[in-house]
Design a binder for this molecule. Sequence first.
Ligand code: ADP
Ligand code: MG
Length: 373
Amino acid sequence: MYLGEPVEIKVKDLSKGFRLREGQVQALNGITLTTPTNRILTLLGPSGCGKTTLLRCIAGLEVPDSGEIQIGETTVFSSASKVFVPPNKRGISMVFQSYAIWPHMTVFDNVAYPLQVQKRPKEEIKQRVQKTLALVQLEGFEHRSATKLSGGQQQRVALARALIAEPKVVLFDEPLSNLDAKLREQTRRELRNFLSELGISAVYVTHDRIEALTISDVVAVMKDGQIVEIGKPKELYFSARNKFVVDFIGGANFLEAKVVGYLNGLVQVRSPIGTIICEESAAPEPGRCVTVYIRPEAFEIIDSPSERKYNVFRGVVERVLFAGEWYESDIRVGNSVLSVRLLPSVSVAEGEEIILHAAPARCRIVMGPKERR
Ligand code: ADP
Ligand code: MG
């Protein structure tokens, strides 16, 4: 079993700017975050939003301008009390985008490297390399040249090298982005399994929403150097509050609407496609303008409007595109065009009149930062 002692990381009001010739870039703008112990937290966001900078600040490879970072009980950075613990004393390892394994070296030498730097005894190194290779299911690969391995195996060598020093936390910066689509899918499943079996604390960075949803226990979505929303993958997918997050994590139909009232604890709004009943715990007052979102796959086609109590919309199919696992369609309802994902078993033709339904639980309201739960 893995011997490291997983801990949580606490980041408090962390900021970091870079001075450029053209001016200042605020890479991190007041980040506050606690990572869960024994879990995988992912920082998800578009390129340039500050993910790598945050990871590098945690690792000690960048010095923040202000704020505080605690790893377990230890404060590793504090601008107020002028603490800066160097990277090699923080008890963390990092796996980078390029695997950064050395092609001219064997698997053994690649994995043993962190212990050789520490000048550990030869016998101990040998034993720990064997043990760590077993953890990532690469027993017997010690003497292979690293380049003779598949992309997925190379990824596991990189992971073994990160694990061998028994870090408290492992940081991953887009570790799968060099793999092609098919291998990336397979490796992310493997990696998820390894990490959850090992029960390690990990901070994982990606700009790929599917990777974030599949690999993480918790996802923190970043934008412009800030964390805009944080939650478990399903929570974020089904009930994110921030419009940017809703859109980034899966795309949706956004409808401007006005709150009419309440019905059995559900919010009733008037929208361009008609009255919508939304499941919403935040309770905006009647008369307020809100944005409702419904994801494309939340709709179903029904035969008769009487089949469902709420949220029945009559529309006309404007366009249908076959996409393999589903049809992507544009459905006109009143003056709005909805993006609707239909199962391949449903057959509709362009110009056809149809009746759509969306469950109240799939009709959610976007909130400004102040109104969040
Ligand atoms: P991400 O990893 O989310 O793509 P980064 O953390 O790499 O984003 O970058 C955040 C912002 O900080 C970007 O605008 C980037 O150009 C800038 N930046 C990052 N590192 C440096 C650096 N060493 N010097 C100057 N600007 C930097
Ligand atoms: Mg990056």
